[in-house]
Design a protein. Structure first.
Lengths: 324, 330
C-alpha cells in the first residue's frame, strides 16, 4: 500500500454563498521513499491539493467536497481534529515558497525549531535544543551552534529555507510536502536546496510531494509526475517516461513555451489564449479552446484518463498525436 | 559596430547609505549596489543584464531612468550625457527612455480606464492635441500589442496578468521611445503566458527598431531575447559578450556556475561546484567578489579586483584565470 493515497479529491471555494469547484476529482499515490511532482500553472489547484492533505483548509472559504485522503492507512478526512493534528507536523510536514514569511521575525530560529519539536515530543528544552543543532547540521548550515541563536533577518534566503526544512524534519516525517520550495530563491541557491532535499531523502527514506510550476525542477527531482490543468490531473507518468514522450497537448505546450539555455529558437511556441477562469463553464475537455489537436468531440465530451502505457495515462481523446 | 552606439554607459556607480544618519556622517555603511559598470547598446540592439538578487542589475536600469541618483560615471544617449542633467532638463528625454516593470498588478492605476492610462503619457508629452487624436493613437497601439481597441473603456482589474503586461507595454510603445528598459518584464507571468508576451516584445522590438536593456534573472529568457548579454555579480559586470559568447563559450567561473545551476529537463548536465555562499553586497569579499565560491581562486583573486580581459573581440571577462578556465572547458 502506498504511503499516501488520494482518491477523487474535489475542492470548492465558497464565492457569494455558492460553491465553485477548483479541484475536480483527482487521484494519485505517493510511495514511501519516492518523490511525486505536481506541476501546473497558477490556479490549477496544485497548492490547494497540498493544503487539503495537510488539513490547512479548515476555517477558510475553501472546502473539500468529496474524496478521501488515506495516509499511512488512516483516512485523514475521517479523523477527529485533535487526532489529525497529531499526525500533521509529526508524520507529515510542509515547507512553503517564502521562507521569510513562514518564519516568525521576532523569534530566534532555534526557538522556532525547538517549539515544533516540543509540540510533538516529550523531551526537555535542553534536549530539544540539542536536537535543533543536530537538525541545522543535517541541513548543512555552517556553524549550527552559532546560527541557532540568529534571527531570521540575519540569514540569507537560502539559509532561511534550510531552517524551514530543518523545522519540517524535526519529527522525522514520513512525508514532506514542499510547495514551490525554491521559487523565491536564486538559481545557484535553488540548485543546492534541491540537492539537499534529495540527499535528505536518501538518508531518511521520507516521501516527498513537490509542487512546482517549473518543469526543470520537476524533471530533476521527481520519480513520478502529475500534470494539473484547471483542477484535474491531465497526465501522469514516471518522470523519465513523461519527459521522453509527452502524450497530452497541454504538457507538450508547456514544455514548448519554456525558453531554454541550451538552444535558440526564433519564436516560442506559446499556448494561445488563457486558462478558463474559476467558475467559468467549459464543456468537454477544459483545454480544447487552446488545443491545436482539438476536434468536435473535444468540445462535447470531457475525456477520461486513457492509458498510453501501464504507468502512463493522459486525459485526452487523442493522446500522443501531433497537433494540427 | 561602426556607428556610435545609442547608449554608452561608462564606469556607472550607484551607492546607497545603509541605516540612519548619525551626526558627522559616522557609522553609516556604504552599499555599492552598482560599482563601475560600463556597456553600450547600439541602435536596434537588445542587451540583457543578467544576475541574481542583489547584483545591482535593477539599480542600473533605475539609475539610467533617473529613478536613482548616480554616484559616479557617465551615460550618453546619442552622445549627450544624461546623468548630470537636472530633472527639468531630463524631462523631455523621458519620452525617449521608457521602462516596463515586473508587476503588471502594481504598475497600473486601478482607478484609471485603459484609455486614461494610455492618454496620460500622450498628454504629458504633448503627442495628441485632441481626444479623437489620442483615441486613434491608443486604438492603434492596443492593436499593436494584441488587444482589442474596445478594451479602452475597461479598468485594469478586468484583465489577466498577461493582458495587463500588454497594457504596460502599450503605455511604453505609444511614446515611440528609442530605448526601452524592461525590468523582469515577464517574470511574474505563467510560462504559457510568458511565451506569448516574450514573442510580442521580440516582434515589437524588431518592427520598431527600438533599443532595449532587458534586465532578467532568467537565463532561458535572456538567451531567447538578447543580441548581447552582460552578467553581473555584486555590482559589477563579470562577463559581457554576444549571446553565443555567453551561452556557448562562457568565460567567467560565475557565468558557468549560473548556467550549470539551471534545472534541466534533459538529464546529463555536470554542475559546476559552488564552494561558498552567495555574498552580501553590504560586505563584499576582498579582491574578486566571486573568489570565495570559485575553484580557480588563488592569492591574487583574494587581493586584487580583476580587470576586464578580452577573450575575443567584444567578449570580455573579469577573471584572473581565463587561460586555466579555457583549458577546463576543453
Amino acid at each position: 500500500m502506498a504511503l499516501l493515497e488520494v482518491k477523487d479529491l474535489a475542492i470548492a471555494v465558497a464565492i457569494n454563498g455558492r460553491l465553485v469547484p477548483v479541484v475536480r476529482g483527482i487521484s494519485f499515490e505517493v510511495e514511501a521513499g519516492t518523490t511525486l511532482g505536481i506541476v501546473g500553472e497558477s490556479g490549477c489547484g496544485k497548492s490547494l491539493t497540498s493544503l487539503a492533505i495537510m488539513g490547512l483548509l479548515e476555517g477558510s472559504q475553501v472546502r473539500i467536497t468529496s474524496g478521501s485522503i488515506v495516509f499511512d492507512g488512516q483516512d485523514l478526512l475521517a479523523l477527529p481534529p485533535e487526532r489529525r493534528r497529531a499526525v500533521m507536523g509529526a508524520d507529515m510536514a510542509m515547507i512553503f515558497q517564502e521562507p521569510m514569511t513562514s518564519l516568525n521575525p521576532v523569534y530566534r530560529v532555534g526557538d522556532q525549531i525547538t517549539e515544533s519539536i516540543l509540540q510533538h515530543r516529550r523531551i526537555s528544552r535542553a534536549q530539544a535544543r540539542e536536537r535543533a543543532i543536530e537538525l541545522l547540521r543535517l541541513v548543512r548550515i555552517p556553524d549550527p551552534e552559532g546560527r541557532i541563536d540568529s534571527f531570521p533577518h540575519q540569514l540569507s534566503g537560502g539559509m532561511r529555507q534550510r531552517v524551514m526544512i530543518a523545522m519540517a524534519l524535526a519529527c522525522d516525517p514520513k512525508l514532506l510536502i514542499a510547495d514551490e520550495p525554491t521559487t523565491a530563491l536564486d538559481v545557484t541557491v535553488q540548485a543546492r536546496i534541491l540537492d539537499l532535499m534529495k540527499e535528505l531523502q536518501a538518508e531518511t527514506g521520507m516521501a516527498i510531494m513537490l509542487i512546482s510550476h517549473d518543469l526543470g525542477v520537476i524533471a530533476e527531482t521527481c520519480d513520478t509526475v502529475a500534470v494539473m490543468y484547471w483542477g484535474k490531473i491531465i497526465e501522469t507518468a514516471p518522470a523519465a517516461e513523461l519527459f521522453a514522450d509527452m502524450a497530452h497537448p497541454y504538457t507538450r505546450g508547456l514544455l514548448a513555451s519554456i525558453p531554454v539555455t541550451d538552444r535558440e529558437v526564433d519564436r516560442l511556441e506559446a499556448i494561445p489564449s488563457r486558462v478558463p477562469l474559476i467558475g467559468e463553464t467549459v464543456t468537454g475537455c477544459a483545454f480544447h479552446p487552446r488545443c491545436g489537436r482539438a476536434r468536435p468531440v473535444c468540445a462535447d465530451i470531457d475525456p477520461a484518463a486513457i492509458a498510453v502505457s501501464p504507468s502512463h495515462s493522459a486525459r485526452c481523446h487523442f493522446p500522443g498525436e501531433d497537433s494540427a | 559596430m561602426s556607428a556610435a552606439p545609442l547608449l554608452q554607459v561608462e564606469d556607472l556607480k550607484t551607492h546607497f547609505f545603509l541605516g540612519t544618519a548619525r551626526p558627522f556622517g559616522s557609522g553609516r555603511r556604504l552599499l555599492k549596489a552598482v560599482d563601475g559598470v560600463s556597456f553600450s547598446i547600439g541602435a536596434g540592439e537588445v542587451l540583457s543584464l543578467v544576475g541574481e538578487s542583489g547584483c545591482g542589475k535593477s539599480t542600473v536600469g533605475r539609475t539610467l531612468t533617473r529613478l536613482e541618483t548616480a554616484s559616479g560615471g557617465t551615460a550618453r544617449l546619442d552622445g549627450r550625457e544624461i546623468l548630470s542633467l537636472s530633472q527639468a532638463e531630463f524631462r523631455p528625454l523621458r519620452r525617449e527612455i521608457q521602462m516596463i516593470f515586473q508587476d503588471p498588478f502594481a504598475s497600473l492605476n486601478p482607478r484609471l480606464t485603459i484609455e486614461q492610462t494610455l492618454a496620460e503619457p500622450l498628454r504629458i508629452h504633448g503627442l495628441a492635441q485632441t481626444r479623437t487624436e489620442a483615441r486613434a493613437l491608443i486604438a492603434e497601439t492596443l492593436q499593436l500589442v494584441g488587444l482589442d481597441p474596445k478594451v479602452m473603456e475597461r479598468y485594469p482589474h478586468e484583465f489577466s496578468g498577461g493582458q495587463r503586461q500588454r497594457i504596460g507595454i502599450a503605455r511604453v510603445m505609444i511614446l515611440k521611445p528609442r530605448l526601452v528598459i524592461a525590468d523582469e518584464a515577464v517574470s511574474a507571468l505563467d510560462v504559457s503566458i510568458q511565451a506569448q508576451v516574450l514573442n510580442l516584445i521580440k516582434d515589437l522590438q524588431r518592427d520598431s527598431g527600438v533599443s532595449m536593456l532587458f534586465i532578467s534573472h532568467d537565463l532561458g529568457v535572456v538567451r531567447h531575447i538578447s543580441d548581447r548579454v552582460a552578467v553581473m555579480y555584486l555590482g559589477r559586470i563579470v562577463e559581457i559578450g554576444t549571446r553565443a559568447d555567453i551561452f556557448d563559450r562562457p568565460s567567467h567561473p560565475y557565468t558557468r556556475l549560473l548556467l550549470s545551476s539551471i534545472p534541466r529537463i534533459v538529464p546529463g548536465r555536470k554542475r559546476v561546484e559552488d564552494l561558498g555562499e552567495p555574498a552580501n553586497a553590504a560586505s563584499p569579499p576582498s579582491g574578486c567578489a566571486f573568489h570565495p565560491r570559485c575553484k580557480f581562486a588563488t592569492d591574487i583573486c583574494r587581493t586584487t579586483q580583476p580587470p576586464a580581459h578580452a577573450v575575443d573581440t567584444g567578449h570580455l571577462s573579469a577573471c584572473h584565470h581565463i587561460e586555466a578556465l579555457q583549458k577546463d572547458l576543453a
